[in-house]
Design a protein around this ligand. Structure first.
Ligand SMILES: Cc1cc2nc3c(=O)[nH]c(=O)nc-3n(C[C@H](O)[C@H](O)[C@H](O)COP(=O)(O)OP(=O)(O)OC[C@H]3O[C@@H](n4cnc5c(N)ncnc54)[C@H](O)[C@@H]3O)c2cc1C
Length: 189
């Protein structure tokens, strides 16, 4: 996943029809758009990153190469999504030996309990199964994805599917993100 803290100009005329009619495409369809942030990939990381980056007045775009978000998330845990693990974060870090130091800020910055609260506050409770594995109580990965995409929709985050990002380059205004069917120009935030 890559994210750009820059404004992005996207020429929607160049976006394939399959994308324009996609259910996940929210926001303006027939004019140029200027984005503050582009996230590449609508997996759980990209969706969550966009949700947490959203600020009032900002425009965020997620570009996904597949036809819909969260393909891998939907097959996680055999479709049930073992979303996290119960227990103390330090115990968790200890499993990674020396690499635990690298993971520490990320895991302490947003703990397993924070994740459970995030989904609980949005109506999806979690249950603990054998081995301290945490699953959505519905045992449906789809419900996890629905919370993330629903949150994007609520916040006005656009998700464009069938958009494989081919390159990201700096230009004089900021960045240029190239996808198969279009060039997207970026200016500084
Ligand atoms: C069979 C299986 C079972 C699993 N079970 C579990 C589980 O129970 N619990 C668990 O925690 N994890 C599980 N995982 C792992 C989990 O699925 C991943 O950790 C998670 O999906 C990673 O999320 P991500 O957003 O980082 O990456 P991904 O889910 O891989 O999302 C990345 C997204 O970026 C898109 N993309 C990539 N390149 C481009 C590009 N150039 N342009 C546009 N879009 C692009 C991809 O299409 C994809 O949608 C499982 C994985 C598999 C394969």
């Amino acid at each position: 996943m890559a994210k750009l803290h820059k404004k992005i100009r996207c020429k929607l005329d160049d976006v394939p029809e399959a994308c324009r009619i996609n259910d996940y495409l929210h926001g303006p369809k027939d004019s140029d758009c200027l984005y503050d942030l582009i996230v590449v990939g609508a997996g759980p990381s990209g969706l969550f990153c966009a949700i947490n980056s959203m600020q009032k007045g900002k425009k965020i775009l997620i570009m996904e190469k597949k036809s819909s978000p969260g393909h891998k998330l939907l097959i996680s845990g055999s479709g049930q999504c073992n979303i996290t693990h119960d227990g103390n974060i330090q115990d968790f870090l200890d499993h990674f030996g020396d690499h635990g130091r690298f993971l520490r800020p990320a895991l302490l910055g947003f703990k397993n309990s924070d994740l459970i609260s995030f989904f609980g506050e949005r109506g999806l409770k979690m249950i603990r199964e054998k081995g301290d594995k945490i699953f959505p109580e519905t045992l449906q990965a789809r419900d996890v994805l629905n919370i993330l995409t629903g949150q994007c929709q609520e916040l006005g985050i656009e998700i464009k599917c069938n958009q494989a990002v081919k390159s990201i380059a700096r230009n004089e205004d900021g960045f240029l993100v190239a996808v198969k069917a279009a060039a997207i120009a970026a200016s500084c935030w």
